[in-house]
Design a protein around this ligand. Structure first.
Ligand code: IPE
Ligand code: IPE
Ligand code: MG
Length: 240
C-alpha cells in the first residue's frame, strides 16, 4: 500500500521506449510517441490526485535533435496536441505547467501553444508539472556557469559561489521557482542510465527502473514504483 504520509515531494521521469513500443506493435515511431503522450497524461492526472508537489518529465533532450527531421517535427506536433487538448483539464486541476530547457528553438507552433499554457496556468498552486524540452544536464550547468560569470563581470553578483548559487542558476532554480531536487527518478524501457537528465540535481535521488515501455506505463505501475521508493533507506552519507 502507498503511504500517503511519505510521498516523494518531487518525482522525475525519463519516459523511454516509445520507439520500441511502436516496433512491437508494427506501427510508425510517431504512433509510439502518440501513445507515450497518452501515458503521460494519465500520470500527470494521478500525480496530481496523489498530491505530489512536483512532477518533471524528460520529453526531448539536447541530443534528440540527432533524430530524423520527420520524427523531431512529429514529436513537437504531438506536444502541441497534448497541450491544446489538455490545457483546460490541467488548469481545472490547478496544475502549474513549467519548462526546463531552452524551448525558444522549437518549432513556433509548439512554442506558442506552450507559452499559452505556461501563461494560463502561471498562478495555479497545485502540482507543478515541469516538461523538460531541449533539455540537457550539461547544457544546463554550462549555461549556469556562463550566467554566473557574466553577473560577476557586471557586478550584479558578488561573493562566494556556493552550491546554493549554482542551484539557483540552473533551469530548476530561480526561473522555475527553485524546484527541490528529485526524490525519485524513474526510467522506463529497461535502460539504466541518465542520458544527461538532471545531472546536478540527482546527487541523492533514488532511482527506480522498470522494463515497461513508456506507452505501457500506467498509474498503477507508477504507484508501485513509489512504493519501492518508500521502502528505500535514504542516508545522505550519514549513519544508519
Ligand atoms: C522516448 O522514447 C521519447 C523520446 C526520447 C523523445 P524513444 O523514442 O527514445 O524510444 P526508444 O528508446 O527508441 O524505444
Ligand atoms: C532520453 O531517452 C531522453 C528522453 C526520454 C526524452 P533517449 O532514448 O534519447 O536516450 P538514450 O539515447 O537511450 O540514452
Ligand atoms: Mg530511447
Amino acid at each position: 500500500m502507498l503511504d500517503l504520509d511519505r510521498m516523494p515531494t518531487h518525482v522525475a521521469i525519463i519516459m523511454d521506449g516509445n520507439g520500441r513500443w511502436a516496433k512491437q506493435h508494427g506501427v510508425p515511431r510517431l504512433a509510439g510517441h502518440n501513445a507515450g503522450m497518452e501515458a503521460m497524461k494519465e500520470i500527470v492526472r494521478r500525480a496530481s490526485d496523489l498530491g505530489i508537489r512536483y512532477l518533471t518529465v524528460y520529453a526531448f533532450s539536447t541530443e534528440n535533435w540527432k533524430r530524423s527531421q520527420e520524427e523531431v517535427s512529429g514529436i513537437f506536433k504531438l506536444l502541441v496536441k497534448f497541450v491544446k487538448l489538455d490545457l483546460d483539464e490541467l488548469d481545472e486541476k490547478n496544475v502549474k505547467v513549467m519548462t526546463l530547457g531552452d524551448y525558444s528553438v522549437i518549432p513556433s507552433a509548439a512554442r506558442k501553444s506552450l507559452e499559452k499554457t505556461l501563461a494560463q496556468t502561471a498562478n495555479n498552486t497545485g502540482l507543478q508539472f515541469n516538461i523538460a524540452i531541449n533539455y540537457g544536464g550539461r547544457d544546463e550547468i554550462t549555461r549556469a556557469v556562463n550566467r554566473i560569470a557574466e553577473e560577476i563581470r557586471t557586478g550584479s553578483l558578488e561573493g562566494e559561489i556556493d552550491e546554493e548559487t549554482i542551484s539557483r542558476y540552473l533551469y530548476t532554480g530561480d526561473e522555475c521557482g527553485n524546484v527541490p531536487d528529485p526524490d525519485l527518478i524513474i526510467r522506463t524501457s529497461g535502460e539504466e542510465r541518465l542520458s544527461n537528465f538532471l545531472l546536478w540535481q540527482c546527487a541523492y535521488s533514488e532511482f527506480v527502473f522498470t522494463d515497461k515501455l513508456w506507452p505501457d506505463f500506467t498509474p498503477e505501475v507508477f504507484e508501485e514504483m513509489i512504493q519501492i521508493y518508500q521502502n528505500r533507506d535514504r542516508r545522505y552519507g550519514g549513519r544508519k
